[in-house]
Design a protein. Structure first.
Length: 105
């Protein structure tokens, strides 16, 4: 009978020991999962931040390029206007003479 108690005590102690080991492993697994989630959240936040910075830089570069192109178009338009104005101004006297000739006969 004493041998049975001794064997049951051994089994009970082993069960307790295994339960404690299982609890430790579960706690360690929960800690690792938590840490992984924290790292993942940090990685996501960093990726979003870098993505936003890259997008802003890309947009700023695009706007700067666009502003340069707008300036070139405006300058070309200004030059064309000046050329047309010079041509037109030079022909005003000729147009006045032509109109006067036609009107006066």
């Amino acid at each position: 009978m004493e041998a049975e108690h001794s064997l049951l005590d051994q089994i009970s102690r082993k069960e307790t020991e295994l339960k404690e080991q299982c609890d430790l492993v579960c706690k360690e697994a929960e800690t690792r999962i938590h840490d992984a989630r924290v790292r993942a959240r940090g990685m996501i936040e960093e990726a979003e931040k870098k993505g936003a910075e890259d997008a802003k830089r890309y947009m700023d570069e695009g706007f700067a390029k666009l502003a340069g192109e707008i300036d070139l178009i405006r300058e070309a338009g200004r030059k064309e206007r000046e050329e047309i104005q010079k041509k037109g101004t030079g022909k005003i006297d000729l147009a006045v003479k032509w109109i006067t000739t036609k009107v006066l006969g």
